[in-house]
Design a protein around this ligand. Structure first.
Ligand code: SAM
Length: 198
């Protein structure tokens, strides 16, 4: 399963020139509505340095949305760079501390990356460690993923909500740390890197 996902990502990279022109430049769905109308406004009002992981044709317009803040994008496929920010890094979420300084970002948005390339429990664990490294104290981690109700979904949810690196964060624009949308079983989880108490 894991190998199949990796192979299909490599094929996607090579075939992007065929697939991308037919993809829409924006998506109308409840999860996208929540991301763009509830989550982004919070980010825009509270954050100065943001990392958005995973690019697609329909995320290109986010460059405009975040044009007044320091907006970074990251994707491990070379073909996705064209949809990224002027501050784009080609690389893996599981190696963030190779590209960014410690405590750099105010927020990191991982939408549809778990399950779309970061698929196994060890990879998710590593991704959370790397996000923790490059987020400042009090920084926000936003994870959007499809909770398919399987055994591994249960395990992912547990890893997201009960890990020691982050605390649960009630996003003020949604009043909750976990929001279930009405589309594709897509769920958003909101975490915060604890503030230094020393
Ligand atoms: C389904 S798309 C999600 C795009 C976008 N984040 C969104 O809001 O829909 C998944 C993207 O994540 C990227 N991706 C998957 N695993 C990654 C990893 N380990 N590091 C960086 N990017 C990754 C893929 O190349 C792909 O472009």
């Amino acid at each position: 399963m894991f190998l199949r996902n990796k192979l299909s990502l490599a094929v996607q990279d090579k075939m992007a020139f065929l697939i991308e022109p037919v993809r829409p430049s924006s998506i109308k769905s409840h999860d996208r509505f929540i991301l763009e109308r509830k989550i982004f406004p919070y980010i825009l009002s509270n954050c100065k340095k943001v990392l958005f992981v995973g690019c697609a044709k329909y995320t290109k317009s986010y460059n405009q949305v975040f044009s007044n803040i320091e907006y970074w994008t990251l994707d491990f496929l070379e073909a996705k760079a064209r949809y990224g920010s002027k501050n784009h890094v080609q690389g893996s979420l599981t190696e963030l501390s190779k590209y960014f300084k410690k405590d750099y970002f105010d927020a990191i948005i991982l939408n549809s990356v778990f399950g779309w390339g970061v698929d196994t429990a060890p990879e998710i664990r590593l991704a959370l460690v790397e996000c923790n490294q490059v987020l400042r104290s009090g920084g926000i981690l936003i994870i959007g993923w499809n909770d398919l109700g399987t055994r591994s979904s249960k395990e992912f949810r547990e890893m997201i909500n009960s890990n020691r690196l982050f605390e649960l964060f009630d996003l003020p624009t949604l009043n909750t740390y976990e929001y279930r949308t009405e589309s594709h079983r897509h769920v958003f989880n909101f975490l915060r890197k604890p503030c230094n108490t020393a």
